[in-house]
Ligand binder design. Structure first.
Ligand code: SAM
Length: 270
C-alpha cells in the first residue's frame, strides 16, 4: 500500500516512520510512504502556498492550485474517474467525519491513500469539493496542522495490512475489534485465551505482566490459574466494565449477549 503525504512541513515526518511496525512494514515492501513539500508545486519566487481569506477574518488559507498541481504531479487519478476501491484522497480537517477503527479498516483495503495536510485557518473549500474524496478529523479538538492527523491515520491503517503484524488475528482482538460473532468464528475449542480477546467493538480489557506484586498491588488471581475459560470470561467482563466507565457510547452498538447485558446492568447500579 502506498501513502503520499502533501504538507508544507515534510520535515515533521523525518523519524516518525523510522521506528517499529511502520519501519518493518516499509522494509518488507508492504508499505511505501512518500512525503511531498507543497511548496514544490508553486511557481513564484516566494513559493507561496497561502493567501488571505475572502470575506475577511483571521489568518491565512491554503490555496487550491499548489494542491491540485501536487496531485497531478503524483499521478493521482482525477476525482471523476478515481476508483474508490483502490485510491482515496483525504483532506485532514477538524470539520471532517471522525476517523475511527472502522475507517482504518476501509482504508486498509485500498492500494493508495493521499493525505492532504492543512495549516493556518485551513484549506480552500474547493480542494474538498474538487480534489478530495473524504474530509477526516482525528478527534474533536483543533490541531495546528494536519500532519499529526496524517501520521495517526497512516499508523492505524498500515497495522491492519496483511503481513504487517506478526499475529494478524490480534487486530481483531483489541479495542474496537470485530464483533463477538466474527471472533467466535476464529476461536478454536480449548485454545488458550488470546493476548487480547474479543473486544467486539468495545474497549480492550486490562493487561498485566510480571511482577505479580507491584507496589502492593497484585495481578488478579484468576490470570494465574491457567483456567482458560474463566480467564476469557473475566477478560470480557473487564472489557465491558472499562467500556461502561470510559466510553459508554460504544455500548449502544455493541454485539452483546443477554448474559453480558445482565452483567452490565448489575454493575451499572453498583
Ligand atoms: N479553522 C479550522 C477550524 O476551525 O476547523 C482549523 C484549522 S487548523 C488550525 C489547521 C489545519 O490543521 C486544518 O486545516 C487541518 O488540516 C488540521 N487539523 C486541525 N484539527 C484537526 C483534526 N481534529 N483532525 C484532523 N486535522 C486537523
Amino acid at each position: 500500500m502506498r501513502f503520499d503525504i502533501v504538507t508544507i512541513f515534510p520535515g515533521i515526518f523525518a523519524g516518525i516512520f523510522d521506528h517499529g511496525v511502520v519501519r518493518r512494514a516499509a522494509a518488507a515492501g508492504i508499505l511505501a510512504v512518500h512525503t511531498h513539500d507543497l511548496r514544490d508545486f508553486t511557481h513564484d519566487r516566494h513559493r507561496t502556498v497561502d493567501d488571505r481569506p475572502f470575506g475577511g477574518g483571521e489568518g491565512m488559507v491554503l490555496k487550491p492550485e499548489p494542491i491540485a498541481e501536487a496531485l497531478e504531479a503524483l499521478n493521482v487519478t482525477p476525482k471523476e474517474t478515481r476508483d474508490p476501491t483502490r485510491e482515496s484522497v483525504i483532506l485532514l480537517s477538524a470539520q471532517g467525519k471522525r476517523f475511527t477503527q472502522a475507517t482504518a479498516r476501509e482504508l486498509a483495503k485500498l492500494d493508495r491513500v493521499v493525505l492532504l495536510c492543512g495549516r493556518y485557518e485551513g484549506v480552500d473549500e474547493r480542494v474538498n469539493h474538487l480534489l478530495a474524496d473524504r474530509e477526516l478529523s482525528i478527534g474533536d479538538y483543533v490541531l495546528s496542522g494536519g500532519e499529526l492527523g496524517a501520521a495517526v491515520i497512516l499508523d492505524a491503517t498500515m497495522r491492519l495490512l496483511p503481513g504487517v503484524l506478526g499475529n494478524q488475528a490480534s487486530t481483531q482482538f483489541e479495542s474496537f475489534g470485530n464483533s463477538e460473532a466474527e471472533i467466535a468464528a476464529h476461536d478454536q475449542d480449548g485454545a488458550p485465551p488470546r493476548s487480547t480477546h474479543g473486544a467486539g467493538g468495545l474497549l480492550d480489557y486490562p493487561h498485566y505482566t510480571r511482577p505479580v506484586d507491584f507496589r502492593g498491588q497484585t495481578v488478579p488471581d484468576i490470570l494465574t490459574t491457567g483456567d482458560h475459560l474463566k480467564i476469557t470470561r473475566w477478560r470480557r467482563e473487564q472489557a465491558l466494565k472499562k467500556t461502561l466507565r470510559n466510553r459508554p457510547d460504544l455500548l449502544q452498538n455493541a454485539d452483546l449477549t443477554d448474559r453480558e447485558r445482565a452483567f452490565l446492568a448489575s454493575i451499572e447500579h453498583s
